[in-house]
Design a protein around this ligand. Structure first.
Ligand SMILES: Cc1cc2nc3c(=O)[nH]c(=O)nc-3n(C[C@H](O)[C@H](O)[C@H](O)COP(=O)(O)O)c2cc1C
Length: 159
């Protein structure tokens, strides 16, 4: 079943530098359909949905490890195999010396239009990942951004 994040609700999680969940707000726990105990310490990929191209996580990780924020339209899978779309912002958390000590992610309900626009792009990326490679899939996405004269983040913000 496709679940919907209500309007004006924030779905929040934090991870350590390896992407293991260190914090989940109540809404995140409720949407994940796992208990807080199951979530804390688990790899964030515990809620990964197979409709998500690998290249999206690759660019997110590249950007946050580079101390930049990353945006993404993400479909997640719950413990009961339900799914939900979110518009996500991920940022690195830095200590006072500028070292990355973890990551922070805030998600809201995406617009219907943005989901409809990203779906065919993800479909094509998944095809490329199945037949060619993750790098080619990322290149396909970056070519779309380049044609529009925007960065990946700007593209996601704009759709
Ligand atoms: C703060 C933060 C939040 C994340 N949130 C999600 C998320 O909601 N859903 C998801 O599938 N991956 C999320 N990821 C990415 C996962 O760490 C992971 O890269 C992704 O699930 C793909 O799994 P894999 O790298 O094992 O293939 C997040 C990563 C970070 C650092």
């Amino acid at each position: 079943m496709l679940l919907e994040v209500p309007k004006e609700v924030l779905v929040i999680s934090k991870t350590d530098t390896k992407g293991r969940i260190t914090y989940a707000n109540e809404v995140f726990v409720a949407f994940a359909e796992y208990s807080e105990t199951e979530l804390l310490g688990s790899a964030h990929s515990i809620i990964r949905h197979e409709d998500m191209p690998k290249a999206i996580f690759k660019i997110i990780w590249q950007q946050i490890q580079n101390k930049e924020e990353a945006f993404a339209l993400v479909i997640n899978k719950t413990k009961k195999k339900n799914s939900y779309w979110v518009y996500t912002n991920v940022t690195p958390s830095l200590d006072n010396r500028g070292n990355i000590i973890g990551y922070f992610s805030v998600r809201i309900r995406p617009s219907f239009e943005s989901i409809e626009k990203i779906k065919p792009i993800y479909k094509k990326m998944l095809e490329i990942e199945a037949t060619q490679s993750v790098d080619k899939s990322l290149q396909y996405l970056l070519d779309i951004c380049a044609q529009k004269g925007v960065t990946y983040n700007e593209f996601i913000i704009s759709i």
